[in-house]
Design a protein around this ligand. Structure first.
Ligand code: FA5
Length: 379
């Protein structure tokens, strides 16, 4: 700041000349108008209203003026500073409004956009079907029973009355697990006594050894056979086994239970039929068929209404069944004089095929979500 000077006129102090003050004011107004955003305006604010801005410096010069000149100079600078701060506030408000409008547009959420680009997964239909079938029996009071997939040959075959040279016991049908003898040498092929179970029937023997009759169990599970993977076979598939052992059970109970199952799964007008068959662990044994759930048997002898699901035979093969062979009861410590039982077992893949018109079993094992997703609503 200049030293007090009692003799000079304010118009003679360069910084306080009216045209200088106007220039400072106009430069400030122009800088504010030119500021394109709030950052630029903050810079312009510091430059034109800060402590070292031309107008602030001019203001300080007023103190150096003689008293009679101070009022006029103060008015001049005060008016200029007032105009500058008014313009600054106006531009600030303008730029803030612009920013708010832009943010509203930029951060807008389009509520009409699809929200489910990542599709929800779906449980595999084999799992849901197996649970659905098990539920039918659980609701009748049956319990779920399980057994190991790597099974002793005794449970898989011997306890179930398979004779030692039964063809199913050969390596072309059964996966034998390589083992170790007590002496520590590796056993080869069918010497190990351990197999990947070829059906869920060994759970029958395990259950009868574990529990006292009455026994009512349903056994869902994975089984293995040396079958090639093709449209109707897979080397790893799933079965559901049912076993009931109690006093006085007959084929009529078996038939009634089968009918109830197909009615619960396919509709109240469904029924089953039995055809004679042979299984070593049931006697008598039967093949069980259910009425074709698509044509309800109406395609039989009716060339105008052919049915692809049953090949116009009216019936679909479900699996095997029969009365538990007394030899199995004896092998498992159950008195066949007191107790009798029935059992049945069928493949879940086959049931899924005809229930949902799946033409190729390979689709079930390839893990393609396009196969699984349409079943995703089943719980
Ligand atoms: C059995 O496995 C008997 N344990 C069933 C049984 C249980 C009979 C209780 C009596 C009493 P089978 O070998 O027929 O039976 O097989 C039953 C079902 O498994 C077949 O009807 C078929 O649906 C299914 N199945 C068999 N092999 C395959 C395979 N490679 N791929 C898919 N499903 C198969």
């Amino acid at each position: 700041m200049s030293a007090p000077n009692k003799s000079y006129d304010p118009v003679e102090v360069e910084a306080l000349k009216p045209e200088e003050i106007e220039r400072m004011r106009d430069e400030a107004l122009a800088a504010f108008a030119a500021a394109g955003d709030l950052d630029a305006l903050a810079h312009a604010k510091t430059a034109h209203t800060g402590g070292t801005s031309p107008l602030a410096l001019a203001n300080r010069e007023i103190g150096a003026l003689p008293p009679q000149a101070k009022a006029a100079a103060g008015k001049l600078v005060g008016q200029a500073r007032g105009a500058v701060s008014k313009a600054l506030a106006a531009r600030q408000a303008e730029l803030e409004a612009e920013r708010d409008a832009r943010v509203l547009v930029e951060e807008a959420v389009d509520v009409t956009l699809p929200y489910d680009r990542v599709p929800a997964g779906a449980r595999h239909p084999l799992t849901t079907l197996m649970e659905r079938v098990s539920d039918v029996f659980v609701s009748m009071g049956y319990e779920i029973a399980e057994g190991p997939e790597v099974e002793a040959e005794w449970f898989n075959f011997d306890a179930l009355n398979f004779v030692p040279d039964h063809p199913a016991r050969q390596m072309q049908d059964t996966f034998f697990v390589r083992g170790t003898t007590p002496e520590g040498t590796a056993t080869e092929g069918d010497e190990s006594g351990v197999v990947l179970r070829t059906h869920t029937s060994p759970v029958q023997a395990r259950t009868l050894i574990d529990r006292e009759p009455p026994v009512y169990v349903v056994c869902p599970g994975r089984v293995y056979r040396t079958d090639e993977l093709d449209a109707t076979h897979t080397p790893v598939f799933h079965q559901i086994e049912l076993l009931a052992v109690d006093e006085g059970l007959t084929m009529a109970d078996l038939k009634g239970t089968l009918d109830h199952m197909v009615q619960a799964l396919f509709g109240s007008d469904m029924k089953t039929r039995l055809r004679p068959n042979f299984f070593p662990f049931t006697e008598p044994s039967a093949e069980m068929d259910m009425l074709c759930y698509v044509c309800r048997g109406e395609s039989v002898g009716n060339p105008d209404r052919p049915c692809r699901t049953c090949g116009s035979e009216g019936w679909i093969e479900l699996g095997g069944c029969g009365m538990v062979n007394p030899k199995v009861l004896v092998a498992c410590g159950v008195d066949p004089e007191k107790y009798s039982g029935f059992a049945f077992g069928f493949g879940i893949e086959r049931m899924l095929m005809f229930r949902h018109n799946v033409e190729d079993m390979r689709d079930m094992v390839e893990g393609d979500v396009r196969f699984t997703r349409p079943f995703g609503m089943e719980i």
